[in-house]
Design a protein around this ligand. Structure first.
Ligand code: 4GX
Length: 255
């Protein structure tokens, strides 16, 4: 997968792209990320990327010409060596909300992406019309720029690239794939301030441990994110377990 990022703060990406799993994937060439300074595509002496809004009002708006020029230039650079037209994504609170399914779909359908990171009050509407294929939001809160959302997207996408996550199993059995939250995890010490690790995890009985984890995952999902259970494909055993949790709960309510 090849990703081009357009931003007025390229330096924000440097430590991110050098560190941890993403850093390794980039170093190993499994995943290519190039960051471009939007100001390199300006044509005026002050390298300006924003202007006052038509109609007045507070704040500045990012100018269309520089964005259009920049997106077309980096897209052409990808297109020359790659598989034609890259998919162009604008990060903004007005976009479709990013979730596990959206990450998987993006990774599966597009080998080449251009990510547009805006700042200020927003971006001239014509940028969307001319050079954006999809608008994505990472959540309903307001940030100061699209850089952190782009990093979130890059990190999530990198995990879908074969070979990036060490154990193939971690991606395929990860919690969202199964539609459930993860089970609780423990490491040493076995006792901490009176809190003990569940006995079964120390038992060495792998089948029993697997059963405990299955049930604990189901319980965690039911307690913390019951909305996820609506969309989950559960086995008959999981449905029975869920019914047990629910009747236990009702019992407590009556007591
Ligand atoms: N998930 N922001 C983008 C500036 C902006 C506004 C409109 C383009 C169009 C955000 C989010 C987010 C704040 C990033 C406004 N750029 N992006 N920025 N939440 O809040 O993605």
């Amino acid at each position: 997968m090849r990703i081009q990022i357009l931003t007025i703060f390229p330096e924000l990406f440097e430590p991110f792209l050098r560190t941890s799993l993403v850093g390794r994937a980039v170093e190993d060439g499994l995943f290519e990320v190039t960051v471009h300074d939007l100001r390199e595509f300006t044509e005026d002496r002050h390298r300006s990327v924003d202007d006052e809004p038509y109609g007045g009002g507070g704040g500045m708006v990012m100018s269309a010409p520089v964005w259009v020029k920049a997106v077309r230039a980096v897209s052409a650079a990808l297109g020359e060596e790659g598989e034609g037209k890259p998919w162009r994504v604008l990060l903004s609170p007005q976009g479709r909300r990013l979730d596990d399914a959206a990450v998987r779909a993006l990774a599966a359908e597009h080998d080449e992406l251009v990510l547009l990171c805006g700042r200020y009050e927003g971006i001239d509407e014509r940028v969307r019309e001319l050079v954006v294929d999809e608008e994505i939001s990472i959540g309903d809160y307001v940030l100061s720029g699209g850089e952190l959302p782009a990093m979130v997207l890059v990190e999530a996408l990198s995990r879908q690239v074969p070979g990036v996550v060490g154990l193939a199993k971690s991606v395929h059995e990860d919690s969202f794939r199964r539609g459930l939250l993860d089970h609780p995890h423990y490491t040493r010490p076995a006792e901490l301030e009176g809190l003990e690790v569940p006995d079964v995890l120390l038992s060495g009985d792998h089948a029993a441990i697997e059963r405990w984890r299955e049930r604990a995952a189901l319980r965690a999902t039911w307690e913390k994110r019951p909305d996820l259970l609506d969309g989950a494909e559960l086995t008959d055993e999981q449905r029975r377990e869920l019914d047990r949790l629910r009747s236990e709960h009702e019992q407590h309510e009556e007591d």
